[in-house]
Design a protein. Sequence first.
Lengths: 206, 206
Amino acid sequence: MTDTLLETAPLAIDETAADRIFRQARTTSQWTDAEVTDAQLQAAWDLAKLGPTAMNTLPLRLLVVRSAEARQRLVPHMAEGNRPKVEAAPVSLVLAADPAFHEHLDELFPVYPGIREQLAPATEVREGMARKNALLQAGYLVVALRAVGLAAGPMDGMDFDGVDGEFFAGTGWKSFMVVNVGVAEGEGSPYPRNPRLAFDQVAEVL
Amino acid sequence: MTDTLLETAPLAIDETAADRIFRQARTTSQWTDAEVTDAQLQAAWDLAKLGPTAMNTLPLRLLVVRSAEARQRLVPHMAEGNRPKVEAAPVSLVLAADPAFHEHLDELFPVYPGIREQLAPATEVREGMARKNALLQAGYLVVALRAVGLAAGPMDGMDFDGVDGEFFAGTGWKSFMVVNVGVAEGEGSPYPRNPRLAFDQVAEVL
């Protein structure tokens, strides 16, 4: 177990950027009253969308919950401990996977003509691909939000079916996470950072 | 559909860092002959490990395939089109999810005493949590590899059960992706970047 923030090889980005996207960033639950604009969310998306996905499938979808009305629809579907977090957040993003991603593949993945038609009947395959790649994109999105100066508070204690029924009826989108977003007040968390597993605890070299 | 790299709000990291981690980074298949050291991989891990996971579970595990012997064991389990990519890469990381992550939770998540014991009999729950959070960490890892000056070529066309039998027998680790790693030759890819979905194609605002 190690808490060290020292790297063993030099970075290729500046220290401020490394602090911003990983080293000083915390799972945030304490926010200033700064607004989160659609322009900021779009700027984050314009970075995150560039991260690689299998066959450029880009299945991540976002529901931006900003209005008091929308928030009141989301709160009851969250685990009890997460309800005050949604209520306190300037914006909450519901992250969802879209199994109908294949409809965009003629444009997104022109190197493989016919893949759209080939995937169309394979619902289960598409659901698996959508979830897998949307989760990968969620990782990019957390970093991208930080890169535009926002803080993120990801949560997955929630009733996913309830959220899908409330917001995504008829679309097929499958929610898998909520990320609270805003500008962090101080460190953004009242708690010290938890320890992490060190490289030699997670990696085997052959 | 948009190919623009212009953001609509200012970044909180410098332009070089944004280029490095997202805007100029490509899924890489063309490499210089520069070595990838364990120190570089550890530096990337020391950033990626800081990204948030549910209950700080950190289930991502890495098999670093560097020796000719290890590479020859991995290649036959890859989809045919991915075999030359593994053969050409300085290093290939097999990314896996560890359903036994709960064994570390006394240290990793001390705020919830007893969670280790509570999760121990819930094998299926742990498998789902491991896969979900390891995929999220895979997104952090792609960014972190780039942040230490490496390029990444993620692939998921492979026989996962075959890889698990070859390398992970007895550990319970479940492979879900291979990421080729090295220093990109030029742009790292012979192909132009594929288009991406624009914010208004993936987001709904309420």
